[in-house]
Design a protein around this ligand. Structure first.
Ligand code: NAP
Length: 234
């Protein structure tokens, strides 16, 4: 009797040296996927330790998403693989500073890292994602204009709102493209970015975030959803 093993699904996760990206890479490997995940630079990270323990199912790549040449180079290195999922997780914060106190340099750095660069990654790498696959980008509930009744983290919020708007423009420009597009809100999670006061642990967010991504696999269209698979208002 001939048996046909189901081919492993594969994910490309951008920004996985630590925090949510590192845990997302571990979660997909634990679910049987083949994962390529990225760090910045050539230093050793926790992702390298995870790869050593993953039986060849986790490959480490390098990219700084703010350097377009590095994004192009990453594309050529992974172009031979058809991924079921591209997840752009990389992001930064400048803390809880009113926009009036933020330097132009800081404003530019947060906007370029959180809004422009993820979109450049999506544009450059969309063709390595299967047509029935998913392109997901880590946004934040803080990017919701509707839910902003407390201010705080003004530039970070604005960068995620800009990311959401750019992703909507991408979806409109690629209206006939069958990819499923997701903007994700992971909840407020204890990471270096989230800080120790966050109510959620990584373990409380990441498995549900992965469930949410998988719930929408193959659906097409663009959604802004949180880790409990609730729609987040724009
Ligand atoms: N934690 C939360 O409560 C929360 C809530 C909502 C949304 N988010 C979003 O979730 C994502 C991950 O956040 P996190 O909490 O896990 O943060 P984190 O622990 O600070 O990790 C950030 C990750 O992004 C990478 N990164 C930053 N800039 C990069 C660049 N230019 N190129 C490539 N990689 C870069 C970092 O790499 P290095 O190690 O090289 O710096 C690191 O792997 C972010 O987009 C964040 O905005 C987080």
């Amino acid at each position: 009797m001939t048996t046909h093993a189901t081919p492993r699904k594969s994910a490309l996760i951008i920004g996985a040296s630590r925090g949510l990206g590192l845990a997302m890479a571990a979660e997909y490997v634990a679910r049987g996927w083949r994962v390529t995940a990225t760090v910045r630079g050539d230093g050793r990270t926790a992702l390298h330790d995870q790869a050593d323990a993953a039986d060849g199912r986790l490959t480490v790549e390098a990219v700084d998403i703010t350097v377009p040449e590095q994004v192009v180079a990453l594309h050529s290195r992974v172009a031979g693989t058809a991924f079921d999922l591209l997840l752009v997780n990389a992001g930064i914060t400048n803390g809880d500073v009113p926009v009036t106190d933020v330097s132009t340099e800081t404003f530019n750095r947060v906007m370029v890292t959180n809004a422009l660069s993820p979109m450049r990654v999506v544009e450059a790498l969309q063709d390595v994602v299967l047509r029935a696959g998913t392109i997901a980008v880590m946004s934040s509930r803080q990017g919701s204009i509707t839910l902003n009744d407390r201010a705080g983290y003004e530039v970070y919020r604005a960068s995620k709102s800009a990311l959401n708007q750019l992703m909507r423009s991408f979806a409109v420009r690629h209206a006939h493209d069958p990819h499923t597009l997701l903007l994700l809100s992971p909840g407020w999670v204890q990471t270096e970015l989230g800080g120790p006061a966050a109510p959620l642990t990584i373990g409380e967010s990441v498995p549900r975030l992965v469930d949410t991504i998988e719930n929408h696999a193959g659906e097409g269209g663009l959604r802004f959803v949180d880790y409990q698979d609730h729609t987040v208002p724009w």
